[in-house]
Design a protein around this ligand. Structure first.
Ligand SMILES: [Fe+2]
Ligand SMILES: [Fe+2]
Length: 135
């Protein structure tokens, strides 16, 4: 069973964003599977890096769309992205040093963050893009 399952309610109605969100779900699931299977630090680190890289690309896609469409919520939305990026970097550092293990609460945090962010901020952005005909 997937840890985070795609559901039409997560669709925001902008193709590129929806496609990337589904890919993010896949990568969160891969990280969960690696944790569940008790994979070692190196493999967990690689799977997390794979997720972190894609998250960075995805945030950039959204931020570019925001800038191109003069989105009024750009600053706030970007700040939320930056905050998660910082937290993931911190987690990567701790896992790397061995001062923290990848745990279920961390996975729950990622899952909750994603579903909340998509349902709130990303839906607002998508409504703006659709209204502006900006994608
Ligand atoms: Fe976003
Ligand atoms: Fe997003």
């Amino acid at each position: 069973m997937a840890f985070i399952k795609w559901n039409p309610k997560f669709g925001v109605g902008v193709n590129i964003i929806d496609t990337q969100h589904q890919e993010l779900f896949d990568r969160v699931n891969a990280l969960f599977d690696a944790m569940q299977a008790g994979r070692g630090k190196d493999e967990i680190g690689q799977t997390l890096a794979f997720l972190a890289r894609y998250t960075g690309e995805h945030f950039k896609t959204e931020e570019d769309l925001m800038q191109k469409s003069a989105y009024p919520g750009y600053k706030d939305h970007k700040a939320v992205h930056d905050d998660l990026t910082r937290k993931v970097l911190e987690l990567q550092g701790k896992l790397d040093k061995g001062s923290q293990m990848l745990s279920l609460p961390v996975m729950h945090f990622l899952r909750d963050w994603l579903s909340h962010h998509i349902s709130e901020e990303d839906k607002k952005l998508a409504a703006h893009l659709n209204q502006a005909g900006a994608h």
